[in-house]
Design a protein around this ligand. Sequence first.
Ligand SMILES: [Zn+2]
Length: 165
Amino acid sequence: MKNTSILAICLLIGCTTAQDPMAMNESDWKEKLTPEQYHILREAGTEAPFENRFDRHFEEGEYSCAGCNAPLFRSAEKYNSGCGWPAFTMPWNENAITRHQDNSLGTLRIEVRCAKCDGHLGHVFTDGPPPTGNRFCINSAAMNFTSSDELNSTNSWAAATFGSG
Ligand SMILES: [Zn+2]
């Protein structure tokens, strides 16, 4: 059922198998990702708290999936939860992530995955601040960061290159 709908989406937007992250097998992922990224994204691992890249990182910009580059979170929704991992009150949009029941620690948690490549990102809890009350607790190694300055210079470069026509 799920594979059928993914195939249907691919046909609709015309993605090729070469660029489709869902078509990558485990050895492709091992080649593309660092061992830590692979452990988190593909084996639902968890990095060490506090000693990770984005826990206390509050630069303005965008966080994307380390597996497939899909945008996942914005700095505007990031806050210091004190839990030791990057925390966000909401995802980029509800289509950016998927939620799954996770009973692996003997207690029900809601796992969060990248909607595009199905990579494990972290969990979402309901003890976050207003207005959402959500705390998306995400592994740093599952994400890449692009600062607002980099985004602006990329956009103006693209506008200068492709807009001058
Ligand atoms: Zn992804």
